[in-house]
Design a protein around this ligand. Sequence first.
Ligand code: HXC
Length: 258
Amino acid sequence: MSYENVLTETIGKVAVIRLNRPKALNALNDALMIDLGNALLAFDADENIGCIIVTGSEKAFAAGADITVMARYNYMDVLKGEFITRNWETIRRVRKPVIAAVAGYALGGGCELAMMCDFIIAADNAKFGQPEIKLGIVPGAGGTQRLPRAVSKAKAMDLCLTGRMMDAQEAERAGLVSRVVPADKLMDEALAAAIVITEMSQPVAAMVKDSVNRAYETTLAEGIKYERALFYSCFATEDQTEGMAAFLEKRPPSFKNQ
Ligand code: HXC
C-alpha cells in the first residue's frame, strides 16, 4: 500500500512510517494524519509486523499542525469539523509497540505525536517544544496533559508558557526521551530496538504496552490489579512455557506468539 504523505517500508518484522511533507517540515495536515492513521492500522493488522517506527526527516520529525490550514479556521470549523479527535488519535488504537525516532524539530502537534508513541529515541539534533502559545492557542493534542506526565509540572509549564524549545539532552534529562543517539545513527538505533522487541512474544509485548499505558489512566491500586490479571494470563500462553524453558535450558527462546 502506498500513501501520498507518508512513506512506508518493512525491514523484517519492523515497519517504518516516515512522515513526508519535507517542504513544510512535515507540518501535520488532515491528509497526512489520515495517511498516518491508515498506515498504522494496516501494520497493526499485519501479523508479520511486530513493531512500528514513526519517523520524519533529518531536519524535522514534524513542526506541528499545519498553521496555513489552522489560520483559516474559526471556532465552528474546529468544533463541527472535530479537528484533532477525527484523525489524530488513531495511533492510540494500535496494539503493537510504536517507537518515535525523532530528528530535528518536534514542535506542537509534532511533539504531541511523538508523545503518543510508546517511547521516543531522539537524535542529538532533536528539538522539542510546545510553541502554540506564540500562535495564540493552547496545545490541542495532549501537550498540556502528556508532557507533565512525561516530564514534570515545572518543565511542562516552562515549555508550554514560554514556547521555548528544549534540545535532546534536556529532553533526556527530563525523561521525555528514552535515549539520545548521534543523528546519523538514529534509524540504526531505532531499528535495533525495534528488532529486539519483535523477537519477544508479540501478545506479551502488547500486554506490556497496554499495562504501562494503564499507569497513566488509573489509580496505582487499580493499575496494580490490572497488571496482576495480565501477569496471571501470561501463564495461559505457550510463550511463557517456552520463555522459561529456554532460560533453564540456556538457549534463546523461540516465541510462537501463542
Ligand atoms: C505550516 C510550516 C510549519 C507549520 C514550518 N512550516 N512549520 N507550515 N505549519 N507548523 C513551513 C514554513 O512556513 C516554511 O514554508 C517551511 O516550512 C520551512 O520553515 P522555515 O520556518 O522557513 O524553517 P526554519 O527557519 O528552519 O524554522 C523552522 C521552525 C519554524 C523553527 C520549525 O518553521 C517554526 O517555528 N515553525 C512553526 C512551529 C510551530 O509553531 N508549531 C506549532 C504549530 S501549532 P515556506 O513555504 O515559507 O518555505 C500546533 C497545534 C497542534 O501544532 C494542535 C493539535 C492538532
